[in-house]
Design a protein around this ligand. Structure first.
Ligand code: M6R
Length: 617
């Protein structure tokens, strides 16, 4: 995790760095820091807390002048969040400065070695060890910064995206990457360069970006050039300069109080964008390049294994139901973190689908590498274009949700389900497991989803009223069946991560095997009871809750009367095919957790202890 940013050029670096850090705060926000070089001195400010705290500290403590700078927003791994452990870190000589995202696993042995050579350390971080290792190498071999970074990184085990500055050679910044992302923004005529964990900090300055690959480094020289090299053997690489499609509007709040609310409301647009060029209603077909090009792999697959974490794992569970129902392909859904370490049986006839909003989740990335080693075909479903997972997979399909900034995933979830549903339908047609008339009906239903969500979003005020009644709850149960069991899990995750209320999701029928013991008049139970999804059975579960005085918040299909008579609150969703109902039932659950969190005065977009992009295992 952590966000890093840097600037070298002709502008004042401080405003560029601060704005960049604000955009990267989704990656971690327990401490922040900045280094500015004013042509003579290194000025450093670092603090526990957010970027806004850092701004205060800079005002009080340092000059904010200089056209070279590095910045960091932290999600602590080694060492508690405090001022000293915050980045940037400076080498013992006082000349070298580093910002780092990742973990140096062998930092302790390197530290002991450096201590034996007279180094001492101020912080508990692995990063301070790395910058001193670079200093040691530089002095020992009398080499320039670029070479010293390369030699030091060859000794390091772990993951990193780093940017390093050397006061004795102040016209360059050296960056390197292994396992954590780094983008270089290239200014006009190489007059300025930007460095960042993603492109958002520099999109208003340049659309030209270089994304480093793993085990690559770059030496960025002010006003001159950027040289990309392989860390392993120092060989030079001709980098691809990509043109970014991201625009400023996409990463701003656009009048909403929080990014999460904005992103909930963006879902109709995000799903429409995800359909674009794929759901071709005039021809009544689905076309997905990544699937078409690899159709044989999918059709010959013994099974599909889906790996993901968190919300993306929930999307994978929905996909399990859809793939098996539509395309009759056996599916297994695995937590990437478990899969990667349990010596799973994988063969060349397996297709592995990795789902990830950020495309940077360390466990998912490791699961992909493992599956590739064992010969499986690996398909990625990612949101962030050019992300590590998008590049590591053999083929894939982007979700086109646009940047998701709120830590709680919303539009990423519904667009993941959209992509996976399109894939399942396409494969069903190719395999002949769905008749053309049923296929056409499903396409029509899919196409209607964005406008149904648009209509559904009008429930916002009603959900706010329900939220008011339960904001002091300490526990909450979420129940669903079939396609909506994963939605119950997702609803519970949303509530706990942003409002800090303990919540559990269960298959409705499992309630009687344990969780029913929890039900009393203080327990709100959110039940998804759509009219086609084992409706009568779920109604029986609702009765069971009622007879134990639980408070029932039911999500039902419009026109429902049975559940309305029993539940304390009912929220209606438009009628749709049951397989696509998760795209609708999830909306009220997102809004419910959002409003409860706001009323509890929680930091909705940046919940405690979390980060958007989990690049550590
Ligand atoms: O970027 P990814 O989709 O790989 O991230 C996976 C999880 O970290 C993520 O979904 C997390 O659970 C969210 N905070 C949920 O809202």
């Amino acid at each position: 995790m952590c966000g890093i940013t840097g600037y070298i050029g002709f502008r004042e670096a401080y405003p560029v760095i601060i704005k960049g850090l604000q955009r990267l705060e989704y990656r971690g926000y327990d401490s922040a820091g900045v280094m500015l070089y004013d042509g003579k001195n290194i000025n450093l400010a670092k603090t526990k807390g957010k970027v806004s705290d850092l701004q205060e500290k800079v005002k009080q403590e340092i000059s904010n002048q200089g056209q070279i700078g590095l910045g960091h927003t932290r999600w602590a791994t080694h060492g508690i969040p405090n001022d000293i452990n915050s980045h940037p870190h400076v080498s013992q000589s006082g000349d070298l400065v580093i910002v780092h995202n990742g973990i140096i696993e062998n930092y302790d042995s390197i530290k002991q070695e450096l201590i034996s050579r007279g180094y001492s350390f101020k912080s508990d971080t692995d990063t301070e060890v790395l910058i001193n290792l670079i200093q040691e190498v530089k002095e020992k071999y009398q080499v320039k910064l670029g070479k010293a970074v390369q030699l030091a990184l060859k000794q390091v085990i772990g993951a990193y995206a780093i940017a390093v500055f050397d006061k004795t050679k102040p016209d360059e910044i050296v960056v390197g990457r292994l396992g954590s992302p780094i983008a270089i923004g290239v200014g006009e005529d190489y007059k300025e360069f930007f460095v960042a964990s993603d492109a958002s900090p520099f999109i208003e300055y340049t659309k030209d970006a270089i994304y480093l690959e793993d085990e690559e480094m770059a030496i960025i020289k002010k006003g001159r050039e950027v040289k990309v090299r392989k860390i392993k053997d120092d060989s030079e690489i001709d980098p691809d300069i990509l043109e970014l499609e991201l625009n400023l509007e996409q990463i701003e709040k656009g009048g909403y109080e929080h990014f999460m609310l904005k992103e909930i409301h963006e879902q109709p647009r995000a799903i429409t964008d995800t359909f674009r060029g794929r759901l071709l209603m005039d021809q009544a077909i689905i076309k997905m390049a990544g699937v078409e090009d690899n159709m044989k792999k999918f059709l010959n697959a013994d099974r599909i294994i889906i790996v993901a974490c968190g919300t993306s794992w929930h999307a994978g569970l929905v996909a399990e139901y859809i793939f098996e129902e539509f395309a009759r392909i056996p599916v297994e859904v695995e937590y990437a973190s478990e899969f990667r370490y349990r010596n799973p049986v994988i063969t060349e006839k397996d297709v592995l689908i990795a789902i990830s909003q950020s495309g940077e989740t360390a466990d998912t990335l490791a699961a992909i590498k493992l599956a590739k080693e064992k010969g499986a075909f690996v398909f990625g479903v990612c949101n962030v274009v050019g992300s590590s997972i998008a590049r590591e997979t053999h083929a894939g399909a982007y979700t086109h949700a646009g940047p998701e900034i709120g830590v709680a995933s919303t539009k990423a979830f519904t667009t993941q389900i959209t992509v996976l549903s399109l894939m399942a339908l396409r494969l069903a047609r190719a395999k002949g497991t769905m008749s053309s008339s049923v296929y056409r009906l499903h396409l029509q239903e899919m196409e209607m989803i964005p406008q149904k969500i648009e209509k559904l979003l009008a429930i916002d005020e009603q959900v706010k009223g329900i939220a008011k009644k339960y904001l002091l709850s300490t526990n909450c149960l979420y129940l669903g069946r079939g396609y909506n069991f994963p939605v119950a899990l997702e609803g519970a995750l949303k509530l706990k991560e942003i409002s800090y209320i303990h919540a559990e999701g269960y298959p409705a029928a499992e309630m009687k095997h344990g969780p029913i013991a929890l039900i009393d008049d203080r327990m709100p139970v959110v039940v998804i009871a759509t009219n086609k999804g084992h409706y009568e059975k779920v109604v029986s579960n609702i009765q069971e809750i009622k007879s134990r005085n639980g408070k029932i918040i039911a999500v039902v299909t419009e026109g429902d009367t049975t559940v309305k008579d029993i539940a304390d609150h009912t929220i209606e969703i438009p009628e749709t095919e049951e397989a696509f109902s998760p795209l609708l039932t999830t909306i009220p659950l997102q809004l419910l957790s959002y409003h409860i969190a706001v009323m509890r005065d929680c930091n909705v977009d940046q919940p405690r202890n979390l980060a958007k992009s989990v690049t550590v295992e």
